[in-house]
Ligand binder design. Structure first.
Ligand code: UDP
Ligand code: MG
Length: 323
């Protein structure tokens, strides 16, 4: 009997070209380094032997960055690019890249060569090994104290507010599993610090030590921008400062009002004299106590509005069984 003719396999082109790894690089005025960053990242990813894409987001650069991006995209089909109309900031740029990323593993990296592209495989391996997030930890960070001091403050705040104890929230060289990113995609950019956002949604994390190089020019973050960033974290990851202040003021004033009231009554009974001024003080403290609690309530309203406006997920799901 004649052998059945092998059925011609459909060309698996579309499947093959779908990237498994997406590298997202936000850039702002990086004409000097971008080409080298992309060349070294591409060579490193090629060695992994998996299909990948490189998504460059030009955050409104004023130098020749976009010309470099156009050249790179023209020469390599794996390079995709987005250009913002103006400078919106690193985190909105990150958002534009992350929503476009198609890989199962998504890596974010800076374009200033402070991150070393040759570290990519270790971050990717950590996610492929099962972690939701491979968190880059800069070893021997080569930055001025003016840049590292605010980072220490930010790290301390984020450790406290997220309840996740990693060393380097500020390191933007990280890898994520797609499933960990998806629930918070709508919030990234509105809320800076993507890594803190993903981790506060319950993602598992592995820390990966990375090399860190000095920047050839200066950071895109001025001291003023760093202060705004710290305020942003306070408002974003700690929505209850008003509540804490309100409850604290309310409780202290209420206790003082009670103490003054009791003291006034004792004074009245013992001396037979009505201490008008003392009662007035007690009354003022009582009013302040009520105002403190009202402030706390306002904090609750604001927290609810903020969560709705940002579209933060109410929960993230780890597993589901059954249909
Ligand atoms: N960046 C950006 N938009 C900005 C500022 C920075 O896309 O408004 C990019 C920048 O080009 C770099 C990364 O974000 O790729 C990190 O910026 P930078 O190195 O200045 O920050 P630092 O290392 O001081 O945290
Ligand atoms: Mg940098």
């Amino acid at each position: 009997m004649a052998k059945p003719k092998p059925v011609a396999e459909p060309a698996p082109r579309a499947v093959q070209t779908l990237p498994e790894i997406s590298l997202v690089v936000p850039v702002y005025n990086e004409e000097r380094t971008l080409e080298e960053v992309c060349r070294r990242a591409t060579a490193t990813l090629e060695e992994l032997g998996k299909p990948f894409e490189l998504i460059v987001v030009d955050d409104g650069s004023r130098d020749g960055t976009w010309a470099v991006v156009e050249r790179l995209a023209a020469g390599d089909g794996r390079v995709r690019a987005v250009r913002f109309k103006r400078n919106f900031g690193q985190h909105p740029a990150m958002h534009a890249g992350l929503v476009r990323a198609r890989g199962d593993v998504v890596v974010t990296m800076d374009a200033d060569l402070q991150n070393v592209p040759e570290d990519l495989p270790r971050l990717i391996a950590a996610v492929e090994g099962g972690a939701d997030v491979a968190s880059g930890r800069r070893r021997g960070r080569d930055d001025s104290w003016g840049r590292t001091l605010p980072s220490k403050l930010v790290n301390g705040m984020l450790r406290r507010f997220t309840g996740v104890s990693i060393a380097d929230f500020g390191c933007a060289f990280n890898a994520y599993s797609r499933s960990a990113l998806e629930p918070v995609l709508g919030v990234i950019g509105k809320q800076k610090f993507t890594k803190a956002l993903v981790l506060s949604a319950g993602a598992s994390v592995v820390e990966v030590d990375l090399s860190h190089q000095a920047r050839a020019d200066s950071s895109r973050y001025s001291p003023f921008r760093l202060i705004r960033l710290a305020l942003h974290i306070l408002a974003g990851f700690w929505p209850q400062p008003i509540q804490w202040a309100g409850v604290l003021i309310g409780a202290i004033c209420a206790l003082l009002a009670i103490a003054v009231g009791v003291w006034g009554i004792i004074f009245w009974v013992v001396q037979g004299d009505f201490p008008g001024l003392l009662f007035l003080g007690g009354l003022v403290l009582g009013v302040l106590a009520v105002q403190g609690f009202i402030l706390a309530l306002v904090g609750e309203y604001l927290g609810r509005i903020q969560r709705d406006v940002e579209g933060r997920p109410l929960y993230t799901i780890d597993q589901e069984l059954g249909e």
